[in-house]
Design a protein around this ligand. Structure first.
Ligand code: SAH
Length: 347
């Protein structure tokens, strides 16, 4: 019976060094392989040209590199690129490259499907199939970095965890991926350029604070009134805003890092004064800014973007209270690459 070969990227640098010593080679070979895997993003053992052929063969006999494969790439008229990413077991996730004048942002997935049930999000309908491994998250970033260099002549500048999935429900793997992305032995990106977006799981936000992470935090708030929030994001019934607020206060006390609230204004749902007042009040608990996101329709019209006037009412109220607010226009809508539209339609 043939044993299934292990993915070599599950090994730490120490474990790689130990493997070489156990096989009668010098420990530093472990460092070389580690560099090939994480810094040079080698897809095959044959790429590792500073290793002798028998060494490469030994690796080949013991391990696999489960690299992702970009199956299909769609380009939007606004320059946004969406990758359909095939994983080693055949499942597919999506990641998006979003170019602006000054930056290129990668929007990456953390789960196949999603554990949560936000009614306005296409990914929620897929349910969660599995968590992504650290290497699968890392590979998405490398693929977008390469595309950024190819199409925009500059490396990737920012990463947002706003693709498929709830990153805080795949906590360990997401943190491991970020560790590789930020490490000088990986991509060496500054954590300040990485934003993790969560639907707001208080216990895990506190854990982030305890783990003293250096990246930024965004919370998909959408309503600061429990009754409304649990209607549009049913899971949040178990996580009342009081707990979310307390977790965010804890986050800020530990990290001193301002929180971003993502908020969509929908017709007849939160386009009213009570909702605006509640948001303004919520924003006073911790230093924050608000991103008003344009709604990307996903279906039958149950949710509809609110009127310009309602959005302006939000902007006025927030600004009058000295809260920074930005309106985020959708990108890549024509290829279903915008927020909440990732649902493997072509897959
Ligand atoms: N699960 C994480 C990250 C993925 S969603 C989270 O909830 O934050 C990324 C952002 O897109 C979230 O703010 C989410 O609320 C928003 N979003 C989801 N569906 C949307 C839609 N149809 N239109 C606009 N934004 C949407």
């Amino acid at each position: 019976m043939q044993m299934e070969k292990k993915d070599i990227r599950a090994l730490s640098k120490e474990q790689l060094r130990d493997f070489f010593v156990a096989n009668g080679e010098k420990a530093f070979r472990g460092n070389q392989v580690y560099e090939w895997l994480w810094s040079k993003s080698a897809h095959t053992f044959a790429d590792m040209t500073n290793l002798a052929k028998p060494t490469r063969e030994m690796l080949e006999n013991n391990f696999v590199i489960n690299h992702i494969k970009v199956d299909q790439m769609q380009k939007s008229e606004d320059g946004t690129v969406k990758n359909a990413v095939r994983l080693h077991d055949g499942l597919v996730v999506e990641s998006v490259l979003i170019p602006t004048e000054t930056r290129t942002t990668a929007c990456v997935s953390s789960q196949v499907g999603c554990s949560l049930d936000c009614n306005f999000c296409a990914t929620a309908r897929l349910k969660r199939m599995r968590n992504l491994g650290p290497d699968e998250i890392f590979d998405q970033v490398v693929a977008i970095d390469n595309e950024s260099k190819l199409y925009h002549n500059r490396p990737l500048s920012n990463i947002v965890f706003m693709g498929m999935g709830e990153p805080l429900m795949n906590y360990n793997n997401v943190l491991k991926a970020i560790e590789k992305i930020t490490s000088p032995e990986g991509l060496g990106m500054s954590p300040k350029r990485i934003t993790l977006s969560t639907s707001g799981i208080p216990k895990m936000i506190k854990k982030l604070a305890d783990d003293e992470v250096k990246f930024k935090l965004a919370v998909s708030l959408h309503s600061a009134i429990d009754e409304i929030r649990s209607k549009i994001m049913p899971f949040s019934e178990n996580f009342p805003l009081k707990d979310l607020r307390e977790a965010l206060q804890y986050w800020y006390s530990k990290t001193k890092s301002r929180v971003t609230y993502e908020y969509v204004v929908w017709r007849d749902i939160n386009d009213n004064k009570a909702s605006i007042d509640a948001l303004v009040k919520f924003c006073k608990y911790v230093p924050c800014k608000v991103n008003l996101i344009e709604y990307n329709p996903i279906d039958d019209g149950e949710f509809q973007q609110a009127s310009e006037a309602s959005i302006n009412a939000y902007i006025q109220a927030l600004e009058a209270n000295d809260i920074v607010v930005k309106v985020r226009r959708s990108r890549g809508k024509d290829i279903d690459a915008a927020c909440g539209q990732l649902a493997n339609k072509e897959g």
